[in-house]
Write a protein that binds this ligand. Structure first.
Ligand code: DC
Length: 230
């Protein structure tokens, strides 16, 4: 078996199945999986609890001054098979996935100081390689030298349908239009922000999985991985 470990950077629009494929890759390769969206969501949850952010406000300076009090960590849950997000030692894995957090996270993610803090933490996690990281700026900013970069896309309707089902399965009360609007609005904010907007890295391989099954997608990506590891 080849012992060369690489960095796999997965970027793309919201709900394109990045985390599903990233978890599967990490399991197959025995790599660490890092969900950077969870980190931005945890900072957003903190800001919501402190009343720094709501639908019509963002107290940027207050949040920046409080950033040093935000401690983020991932703890592996062997029952689930992936790491859960902790905010100041509290498991927030469930709370960060609510539609309320989804509605505000793109706004908080535009703050350069927030990005700088999280990017530094993400870069530290990759020093040993053997990592699969997903987000919006992994191949462009966090690991511009990653050995394999993937860029995931899918139609807004397909993505909203997936997210809607996920939320219903969790027992959340949402309507489809609200979820579709959130997906489109986050794409808009994530792609147009000044600091590290969501763009495809020149050397990223694009996957439109609107109509591609998970198995086919995984096989194609594994063959790219095997090429890079050689
Ligand atoms: O992957 P996700 O949908 O859980 O991410 C939530 C939000 O976090 C996303 O809409 C934008 C932000 N984000 C970011 O700005 N940069 C990243 N690397 C990851 C997420």
């Amino acid at each position: 078996m080849n012992i060369n470990k690489i960095i796999i950077a997965i970027d793309g629009f919201s709900s394109t199945g990045k985390s599903t494929i990233a978890k599967q890759l990490a399991k197959q390769l025995n790599y660490i999986y890092v969900d950077t969206g969870a980190m931005y969501r945890a900072v957003t949850l903190y800001a919501m609890r402190k009343n720094y952010v709501s639908d019509d406000k963002l107290l940027t300076d207050q949040l920046i001054n409080d950033l040093e009090n935000i401690k983020l960590s991932f703890l592996f849950n062997s029952n689930l098979g992936f790491a859960e997000m902790y905010l100041n030692n509290e498991n927030v894995e469930r709370e960060i996935r609510t539609i309320e957090v989804s509605k505000l996270v793109s706004k908080v993610s535009t703050i350069p100081e927030v990005r700088r803090k999280l990017v530094l933490e993400q870069q530290k996690m990759g020093t040993e390689k053997g990592i699969v990281m997903d987000g919006r700026d992994i191949g462009t900013v966090v690991f511009p030298n990653a050995e394999l970069k993937l860029f995931m896309t899918a139609s807004a309707d397909k993505r909203a349908t997936r997210r809607y089902k996920e939320l219903l399965d969790r027992g959340d009360k949402v309507n489809y239009e609200e979820v579709l609007f959130n997906v489109q609005e986050r794409d808009r904010i994530d792609s147009t922000r000044k600091d590290s907007p969501l763009v495809k890295a020149d050397d990223a391989v694009e996957f439109d999985n609107s109509d591609m099954g998970l198995e086919e997608q995984f096989e194609r990506i594994m063959s790219l991985v095997n090429d890079r590891v050689k």
